[in-house]
Write a protein that binds this ligand. Sequence first.
Ligand SMILES: C[S@@+](CC[C@H](N)C(=O)[O-])C[C@H]1O[C@@H](n2cnc3c(N)ncnc32)[C@H](O)[C@@H]1O
Length: 430
Amino acid sequence: MRLGGRLQAAIEILTDIETRHRPVPEALKDWGLSHRFAGSGDRGAISNLVHDALRMKLSHAFIMDGGTPADLAVATLLRQWGISPEELTASLEGDKFAPEIPSVELLSACLARDLGQAPAHVRADIPEWLVASFERAFGDDWEAEAQAMTARPPLDLRVNTIVTDRDQVLAGFEGQGASATRLAPNGIRIEAGEGPQRQIAATSEVNFAGGWFEVQDEGSQLAAGLAGAEPGEIVLDYCAGGGGKALAFAAMMNNDGRINAYDADRRRLAPMVERIRRAGVEIIDIKERPFNLAGLEQAMDRVLVDAPCTGTGTWRRRPDAKWRISEKNLSDRTADQDKVLDDASVYVRPGGELAYVTCSLLPEENTDRVKAFLTRHPEFETISLKQRWRAAVADPDAPVPYADQNLGLILSPRRTGTDGFYFAGFRRKL
Ligand SMILES: C[S@@+](CC[C@H](N)C(=O)[O-])C[C@H]1O[C@@H](n2cnc3c(N)ncnc32)[C@H](O)[C@@H]1O
């Protein structure tokens, strides 16, 4: 396919997403099924166009003076892919699959529009009602933090130190732009490509099948590292889902100790069975039902609450979620977070630790929840984060990314080059 056909496809998919409120992966998959002639390069380029357009939806609409799918897709090529109005017009000329686009003069006038005149939330490309939360989280830096969420994310891998080491995994990716992560001690990063370039399919590698690595954002790796599981401990991962952090714990514990992996939605636990096998992990015990946790009360050295949240920290990967989040959604999640913290805290032994993690940047889900928990549970106190940060990161000079009021830590694309994550740690008083 030429650029015109790809542009037209992106417009159709963006229309589908907008009019039928479809999740992006489903809309892309449906388009692929009904256009089987499109090769993998075309699909990758179209997917990039759709995701990029959604990442900067508000500022594109301002620049184009209109927010139709066609406006967004054209603005993406001009503003994110670096194609000039002249180049775009020339490359669509004579292409019968290309959509009609505005004239070079009109497109140039759009590009000349001053984004500085736009409202702050438009410049930042976030929903207006979330500006106050971002300001609370990041003070004067809030706009730059929000803008950093509009970039393409890298592909991060966590090396499974149970079976190999980082140098060996890096050698397997030679010539593919892989490098060691700056902060996570066992991470590998492959930067996102530009324009139509596709991200490599790391999970198709033989070394993936051999359990050498997992796909896991560096922020998620750091969150597991901050929780600080050690060999020989007895641990509970109370919101284990597919097991990303439980598997990271198993490697940190060097396959020594016990990890109880529970999730209120037992179907989410299923993928962990294959992941455990592949990684050579022997210490994860999947707990499918609440009654499987009976007898573990006040017996855990460490409990992890990787809480259900709005996922605002992952907007780079799921940009449509940015435009779907609602106030009701946020208040539902904060209620879930209080409940899950209360329920999970029961399992922490005296002197043991409770780690609270979200992939959200909103103080409502982070520092507010920590304060509320400490009020409800005077038997817990917060842990010192400076030492924990130093122990968890590979770079000794990395500044400690304190959250607002110094309650917990906030990782973000701008601060740490990772997805957005929040971490707080508590200890049950003796
Ligand atoms: C952020 S995800 C966990 C991701 C997982 N830890 C990982 O690293 O791959 C949050 C999980 O919390 C679970 N959850 C939601 N409410 C819960 C509750 N009340 N008790 C336990 N788990 C809950 C959800 O089913 C979901 O799988």
